[in-house]
Design a protein around this ligand. Structure first.
Ligand SMILES: [Fe+2]
Length: 478
């Protein structure tokens, strides 16, 4: 078997299964790795079309005193319960809609209610944990048992929202955006102060054809939306096309950086660059009169279609290369935007030492990567990129496919600690052994410290967070 095992469904849930650990786990590593991703890819006899459509399966690794316990549980979203009960989709997923027919189309004409199948990321809202997707309908769950608790209606400020809000620990606030697709389309920025649950609007813009935005950049004084020319036609969306079909690549528009003042919410500048597509920003900071902004750039939006399950399940899926790119946005001048390639790729699911380095100069990016460029198969190695020296280190093993690497710093109060002093946690599919394991790498040397072996394969996930015992959760990535 190969990477295709990572797109096979999970049949059984498991609770607090103690895993055999090989190697030695650091004494200080205590907490919970919570991850999210699809775990089922059919409804009745009907296959779902896209990786983003699969039903959310929460995964939990509890780590304490050198022991690891694993649980997984499907999120009991309305979408999941409807599919289980009726053997048919009840909500619009990203690229699969409920069966068409006169009634279905009519229903969609009057409503663009999206799914609550929150299969992409984990977030903390107030005191509670929620599973998230780009629909504003998040689902809360118990981080110990993974049991679904109920709905958490997020921002009512827009039609879709981001799964990658920023958390600024120094200011004690969460910042995010929503995309408005109805009347007065555009983007709205919001902030939620610590302890609050309701968002305050910071600002926003009106845009004729809003683009698909997956993440954004935050600096000390600015919020930057990177708007690639993958734009939605609200009429198509309202008229019955699937979400995925409602977007079109319009390269003549270029890619725009819309720079907002973080305090006033006003647009401070708009910069234009040659067209590219981005899912994930890595980090951004202000230095020498400019905003330095790092992200994973794709040549165009074909990556969205490439993540269809048909393509991913082929022996050699055709996948475009994501490159780590740095943009220099001049502040207060009309100088052109400059760009440089930090790593020609492939890299995706980038993470940093988020709690200490986000919005600040930094050195290390971790991500999933590929031995070949363009990728000849699914992500098959991990990479650590030094953005100062442009050097890389990699971890790989035959027939294994690692997931998003999450950095966990070694010390609680680590102002003087090295940026890569800590570990990387990644859930790796061992296709030959037909099981997965939690890999623990020493982040500095990028070599294995330990692994905890799960007795079955875990489907590939998207994002997750590590929550240290007794501490306020922080995000691991942008
Ligand atoms: Fe993402």
């Amino acid at each position: 078997m190969d990477h295709r095992l990572g797109f096979e469904p999970v049949r059984e849930e498991c609770t607090r299964k103690r895993l055999p650990v090989e190697g030695d786990l650091p004494d200080w590593l205590a907490g919970t790795l919570l991850r999210n991703g699809p775990g089922r890819f059919r409804v009745g006899n009907r296959p779902l079309n896209h990786w983003f459509d699969g039903f959310a399966l929460l995964r939990r690794f509890g780590i304490r005193d050198g022991a690891v316990v694993y649980s997984n549980r499907f999120l009991r979203s309305e979408a999941y319960e409807h599919a289980r009960e009726h053997g048919a989709l009840g909500f619009r997923e990203f690229a699969t809609d409920p069966e068409t027919g006169p009634l279905g189309r009519l229903k969609r004409l009057v409503s663009i209610a999206f799914t609550d199948n929150a299969c992409v990321d984990i977030e903390v809202r107030g005191e509670g944990f929620v599973a998230t997707t780009e629909s504003p309908r998040a689902v809360s769950f118990d981080p110990e048992t993974l049991a679904t608790r109920g709905h958490h209606e997020r921002e009512r400020l827009g039609t879709t929202t981001t799964v990658h809000p920023h958390y600024d620990a120094r200011r004690g606030e969460t910042i995010g955006y929503t995309t408005r697709l109805g009347r007065k389309p555009g983007y709205t920025l919001y902030r939620i102060p610590d302890g609050g649950t309701e968002p305050d609007v910071i600002g926003g813009v009106t845009i004729d054809e809003p683009a698909y935005l997956h993440s954004f950049a935050l600096t000390e004084n600015h919020i930057v939306l990177t708007e690639g020319p993958f734009v939605v036609s609200p009429l198509d969306l309202l008229g019955g096309a699937s979400v995925a079909e409602s977007f079109a690549w319009k390269p003549e528009r270029g890619t725009r950086f819309i720079v907002f003042d973080r305090e006033s919410g006003d647009v401070a500048a708009t910069h234009r660059a040659k067209p590219f597509f981005v899912f994930h920003h890595v980090n951004a900071f202000e230095r020498n009169g400019e905003i330095v902004l790092d992200l994973v750039a794709f040549p165009d939006a074909s990556v969205v279609g490439a993540l269809s399950l048909d393509n991913l399940r082929s022996p050699s899926p055709s996948l475009p290369t994501g490159a780590l790119r740095r943009y220099h946005l001049p502040k207060g001048s009309t100088r052109a935007v400059e760009r440089e390639t930090l790593y020609a790729g492939h890299v995706e699911l980038p993470t940093i030492d988020y709690a200490r380095r986000n919005t600040r100069p930094y050195r290390y990016v971790y991500g999933v990567s590929n031995r070949k460029r363009p990728p000849a198969e699914f992500q098959n190695r991990l990479v650590k990129i030094d953005v100062e020296s442009h050097t890389t280190e990699t971890w790989e093993e035959p027939n294994t496919y690692p997931g998003e690497p999450v950095f966990v710093p070694a010390l609680d109060d680590a102002a003087t600690a090295g940026e890569d002093e800590g570990v990387i946690l990644s859930v790796v599919l061992d296709a030959a052994a037909e099981r997965s394991f939690l890999l623990v790498l020493d982040a500095a040397s990028f070599t294995e410290r330990a692994r905890a072996v799960v007795p079955h394969p875990i489907p590939f996930g998207f994002h997750g967070q590590f929550y240290r015992a007794g501490e306020r959760p922080t995000r691991s990535m942008a």
